[in-house]
Write a protein that binds this ligand. Structure first.
Ligand code: ME8
Length: 650
């Protein structure tokens, strides 16, 4: 039965070829905040996350690790689960695309589409990027210095793939999709993102290739096990398989009808098209309801540049949790990043924000008022009968703060919601400052009790409202007020909306400060020195992937080789680089190391896009690569197995 009171939120399922990082943490954190926010709104919540485990990329990574694909994917799961646990990401289910139930659901979905006539077999010819697992059109491909077509996302070489494939009739859903976007203007949040989706659909949808013969590590295609299901047909289905789609059991049918459609599906901008076009089309074809909303967030960068291992700027979430604390990290990410924009991570900024907002503004307020009240024998705090003056004003501000927070949170404007709430905390601090309760304790005990009660009611509202962002710390804050937080069976939102300020509190001092002042992040050994060096030095040491992609390393076989006349160093070779490039002449100064007989028939590695160079009046159209050891002995650079001439190294 569809239920109004349920809330189903999902994250993308992450590829297991990399360990969880701050980007994947960020998406999962947003989903956790949404889940918790809905829990305190009284909804019954299902929060799904998981891993995407099939495909060529994973197959290749497993090979690199010398492991069977299943063993490799199994080995990656603990790092995800333990990281999510570390950050209190309280998911209800962790789906893996290798789960039996998921495999069954993919089969059920595809059989339904086959029966409907929405799937047919044909020939696929296209440019394919292996790392991104995506086909790229020639128009959108990037061109390198030698005009080779490269992936526009990762700037790596594209492979031309031609094979038999099953196709999904995506083109048939163009009109239906446009009508859906038109009728559901809130389908994508932020709204601006819908424009790029609409123009993509309007530019004409091509049918989608949904199977591969060349990829072995995947779900066998129903009725044709020579094919495996191509990545998106497999991955997207996780959102329905996790809640029982395709399972014959009656209980799972009930579960599916109850939870589906998802209320919010969280992802970054990189995968919007798949979720906003392919996914709804699959669901339309299967006569299933569409998700209510996609929440699309920006990318986290490191101090304005992309995080990458070679730059040494990948932020490790475990280190952040260890050094600053879990909730401090959760706070910083949610407060600092505007969901709809890219944002940059900086240790310095994080330290400043944690110190100002958490240690000073909120932490001090709590410890000051609780210590002062207890020191003056006030542990049991009662509501105030008649509120007047500054206290009445603060109560009104508390109500305003609730309303603003409610609106912004419901619109996914988390950073604005938090900023507003922290403005209220500043107002509570200003109220304390103006009332001077440390004087009132002796001079006016009645007003002192009123001030303490007002601050406790404010802190209570803050603790509950900020709970989705910092669950453990806010439970700790509330326990200092004598409140045992439990969202189950409690109508916190109704209570805060009514803003009655009719509670009693039993104060308890915290043993340690709620938010200790953050220490600067110590740098890894040697890093301090590195930091001192200029940007230029760093640039000298590292090249970007784009720079690397400019160098075309290709494999070729020497078919002819002879000493260059009048030279005792140069050899002149004719090298076969395959059909596309052909035979090129390469000169190399290696005659003192190798004779023609050593080289003819050998397959080596060449720089293919070096500008042609004349040597002794003869042109060389490539550079042969060698390894030279300290004693000057040369060894020819080769690939481990025989490959087709013209194959590019990446
Ligand atoms: O795309 N900043 O998996 P993936 C913010 N398996 N978010 C980031 C980020 C960054 N720097 N880096 C990654 C896949 N993300 C597919 C998804 S879903 C049916 C299949 C987050 O491991 C963000 O949510 O590449 C992005 O969309 C997702 O990780 C991509 O994860």
């Amino acid at each position: 039965m569809p239920c109004k009171n349920k809330f189903y939120v999902t994250t993308p399922i992450y590829y297991v070829n990399a360990k969880p990082h701050i980007g994947t943490l960020y998406s999962t954190l947003i989903a956790d905040v949404i889940a918790r926010w809905n829990k305190i709104k009284g909804k019954k919540v299902f929060f799904l996350t998981g891993t995407d485990e099939h495909g060529q990329k994973i197959e290749e990574k497993a090979k690199l690790e010398n492991m069977a694909p299943q063993d490799f994917v199994d080995s990656m799961i603990p790092s995800f689960k333990s990281m999510w646990q570390r950050f209190d990401l309280d998911y209800d289910h962790f789906i893996r695309t290798t789960d039996r139930k998921h495999v069954e659901a993919v089969n059920t979905l595809l059989i339904k589409l086959i029966e409907k006539g929405d799937i047919y077999k044909s020939e696929y010819i296209g440019l394919y990027c292996v790392p991104c697992e995506t086909f790229v059109t020639a128009e959108s491909a990037h061109r390198d210095a030698a005009s080779n077509l490269m992936c526009p996302t990762c700037v790596r070489a594209l492979r031309e793939v031609s094979e038999e494939s099953y196709f999904f009739r995506l083109s048939a859903y163009e009109e239906q999709l446009l009508k859906f976007y038109d009728e559901n203007p809130n389908f994508i949040s932020p709204k601006e993102r819908i424009n790029e989706v609409v123009s993509f659909v309007k530019s004409g949808l091509k049918d989608l290739s949904i199977s591969r013969k060349t990829v072995k590590w995947g779900i066998p295609f129903p009725g044709d096990p020579e094919h495996t299901v191509y990545v998106w047909g497999d991955a997207l289905t996780n959102y329905i398989s996790a809640v029982g789609y395709g399972d014959g059991a009656a209980s799972d049918k009930i579960s599916f009808d109850y939870w589906w459609p998802a209320d919010v599906q969280v992802m970054a901008k990189d995968i919007v098209r798949f979720h906003a076009v392919y996914w709804p089309a699959f669901l339309m074809a299967a006569d299933l309801p569409l998700p209510k909303q996609l929440l699309v967030h920006g990318y986290i960068m490191f101090e304005d540049s992309k995080m990458s291992k070679s730059k040494g700027n990948v932020v490790d979430p475990a280190l952040l949790a260890e050094h600053y604390g879990v909730d401090q990290t959760r706070y910083y990410l949610m407060r600092h990043m505007a969901v709809n924009q890219d944002g940059s991570f900086s240790y310095d900024q994080m330290e400043k924000q944690v110190e100002a907002d958490l240690a000073n503004n909120l932490g001090n307020l709590l410890s000051r008022i609780v210590s002062l009240a207890i020191a003056n024998g006030l542990t049991h705090v009662s509501p105030v009968e008649q509120l007047e003056g500054k206290t009445a004003l603060l109560k009104d501000k508390c109500e305003e703060a609730f309303r603003a927070y409610w609106d912004e949170m419901n619109h996914h404007h988390y950073h604005v919601a938090i900023a507003n709430l922290w403005t209220f905390i500043s107002e509570v601090n200003a109220y304390v400052h103006a009332q001077q309760p440390w004087k009132l304790a002796k001079e006016n005990p009645e007003l002192f009790a009123e001030v303490v009660s007002a601050v406790c009611h404010s802190l209570y509202a803050i603790g509950v409202l900020a709970w989705p962002i910092m669950p453990k710390k806010m439970e700790e804050l509330l326990s200092c007020l004598g409140v045992a937080f439990d969202y189950r069976g409690h109508h916190y939102m109704d209570e805060l909306r009514a803003n009655k300020w009719n509670m009693t509190f039993n104060l308890k001092k915290n043993e340690t400060p709620l938010f200790p002042r953050p220490e600067p992040m110590p740098m890894a050994p040697g890093q301090q020195e590195l930091e001192k060096q200029s940007e230029d030095k760093l640039v000298e040491e590292y090249i970007s992937i784009e720079d690397f992609a400019k160098v075309e390393l290709i494999v070729g076989t020497i078919i002819e080789c002879e000493p260059m006349p009048k030279s005792d160093k140069l050899l002149r070779m004719q090298v076969d680089f395959g059909n596309k490039i052909g035979i090129r002449q390469v000169l190399s100064g290696i005659a003192q190391h190798f004779g023609p007989k050593d080289l003819i028939g050998k397959q080596g590695v060449y720089v293919g896009n070096l500008a042609p160079r004349k040597m002794m009046g003869t042109t060389s159209q490539g550079m042969m690569l060698f390894a030279e050891d300290e004693s000057g002995v040369l060894a020819m650079a080769m690939v481990a197995g025989k490959v087709a001439n013209g194959t590019r190294l990446r």
